[in-house]
Design a protein around this ligand. Structure first.
Ligand SMILES: [Zn+2]
Length: 152
């Protein structure tokens, strides 16, 4: 899977790409040239047309997401959703219910299906911790992305 390197103007887009499970980093300085396994996502118009560069023309997040998925021919896989820390961009690890005790609210401990922890920042996640709206939002965005990409 290609690594997505986002310029600093695309921090919000990077978080949503992580939510889908993609490796989306936001380095302080975006490299001038893409490595073979990288795609550079930028809002710099001057970079448009360079190899490995996706020039993000849209202002709205959902349009940006759709553009990236379409141009890089990415098909999000639901099993990868929520597999990365949104802050650190690293893969989270499963956490046992015992170890989650004391780190999440009691009602979550009793009801959540499972827990993950970020090895970098230590945050604990569980299905639904990103909010129900995130799931609904993604379904809408991705549904339209796939519809728009058919036949391409
Ligand atoms: Zn983290």
């Amino acid at each position: 899977m290609r690594r997505l390197v986002c310029d600093s103007m695309l921090g919000r887009l990077a978080r949503w790409l992580r939510l889908l499970g993609y490796d989306a980093s936001v380095p302080k300085r975006i490299p001038a040239q893409a490595a073979p396994e990288e795609a550079l996502l930028t809002r710099r118009k001057a970079w448009q047309g360079r190899p490995g560069v996706v020039f993000i023309a849209h202002d709205r997040l959902e349009d940006q997401l759709r553009q990236v998925l379409k141009e890089l021919e990415l098909t999000p896989e639901p099993r990868r959703f929520f597999s990365r820390c949104l802050d650190c961009n690293v893969l989270v690890h499963p956490l046992s219910r015992e170890d989650a005790a004391g780190r999440v609210p009691d009602y979550i401990l009793d009801t959540a299906e499972g827990f993950n922890q970020c090895p970098s920042c230590g945050k604990v996640f569980w299905p639904g911790s990103h909010g129900k709206r995130a799931g609904t939002y993604l379904t809408n965005v991705l549904g339209q992305a796939q519809g728009g990409a058919s036949g391409a």
